[in-house]
Design a protein around this ligand. Sequence first.
Ligand code: NAD
Length: 495
Amino acid sequence: MNISHPVLEDDQDTADFHRFSHGLYIGGQWRQSADSREIQVLDPSTEAVIAAVPDATIEDAAAAVEAAAKAADGWRTTPPRKRSEILRRCFELMTQRSETLATLISLENGKALRDARGEIAYAAEFFRWNAEEAVRITGEYGIAPSGTNRIVVDYEPIGICVLVTPWNFPAAMATRKIAPALAAGCTVILKPASETPLTAYALAALYQEAGVPPGVVNVLTTSNPGPVTAAMLADPRVRKLSFTGSTGVGRVLLAEAAKHVVSCSMELGGNAPFLVFDDADLDAAVDGAMVAKMRNAGEACTAANRIYVQSGVYDAFSESLARRMSSLKVGAGTDAATECGPMITRKAVDKIDRLVNDAVARGARVLCGGKAGSGTGYYYPPTVLCDVPAEAEMAHEEIFGPVAPISIFETEADAIARANDTEYGLAAYIYTRDLARGMQVASKIEAGMIGLNRGLMSDPAAPFGGVKQSGLGREGGQHHGIAEFMEAKYIAVSI
Ligand code: NAD
């Protein structure tokens, strides 16, 4: 059954907006799920239900693939300039509605409004960047070494793409995939996380308004992601899976995609080391650690998960970071004064609690925080631990919360060895005033991205992604992001 969808106005009161139920967005229509079941959406700061969204079935997923297939030819043959203009319009509308969208993110995700505003700016930028890239997809032309023929290489849209995204950046993780896929000429089905579906649906309405034709972007939410995703991957028209989420689920999806040899891009978990050398600008290092640790209250794949500080500045750095962390204002994300919002779920708080207790039991010292909130809302206070031993569980697992574990190191070689002592390889941070040393250490660290004297590296213009078990492929960057959604076709031309 088709249902109406609320239009997101520029200055709309989000308190009204989130009371609406949203439909699955398939083929440009808003509809209930085939069995009319729903998923409840909670506000992590109050634990109250704020909305319900349809719970898609395998039948709904088949309808979404059908809609994406129906729209595919029209979209791939739409002139690049026209595709570019539609993407540009998405950027403009997102920017115009940034305050409403940011409030919606804060409501369903819990993150502080200032982080949500940053996310919307970042998310919108993928549309602007890919609008610019859409008209610059070129091929290759050459003479075969034998001289008998020409080599012509064309880049074609890969086909229908299934996009699966996490709750921690409900807007940006979706636009980081949708914008390059559309620029490349692909049609997509987005399955956002069930914890934060409202942003995905609000953006779907915005794409429609921007002129994205029906069926080019389809959005469905489900509480049954394994079978629903597997059913889509089994359809031979689906040629791409782009996933952002945990390494554990990534492994499951890689195995599922392997059954049908579907191309995979994987943005997975992280365990970022943050190295501070004796010669670092200490104030800059503490500022950088605050950003690298506390953006999104620590719920980021790039979050500094292990902070290694050289012995000469260990005490000064630890005390300074603890002072800054303990002064953060904790509260509901939608409260403009909040600097650290609640975690996404009770389960997330329990995991952080377990990791902190384990580290303390193994000898870590608590400089601030260290105990989960007991009231309403999924709160964990900003926490700094020092003398965290290498065998602590948090040195090997993503904390995904506002906990900064600090350990001491003596030599550069020791710091590099410890930084690399993980199955992950997404992001790493280095603070030193010696640029040559910084570049040498960066070259020895096994990570896809390095912040050298910077606590933030995310940028649509740069290739984002990890090595080792942090992922496969890159998003954003010059050509990298779009290339994930294209196939090379080689034509041998006799002359
Ligand atoms: P998650 O892996 O639990 O879920 C991610 C998505 O996968 C959600 O949409 C979920 O519904 C879906 N999913 C879960 N099980 C599935 C299955 N069996 N089949 C198909 N889909 C399934 O991750 P999360 O808790 O939502 O997000 C946090 C994780 O994401 C962290 O590990 C974080 O590091 C990672 N992450 C990585 C990046 C990156 O760019 N590398 C960015 C953001 C988050």
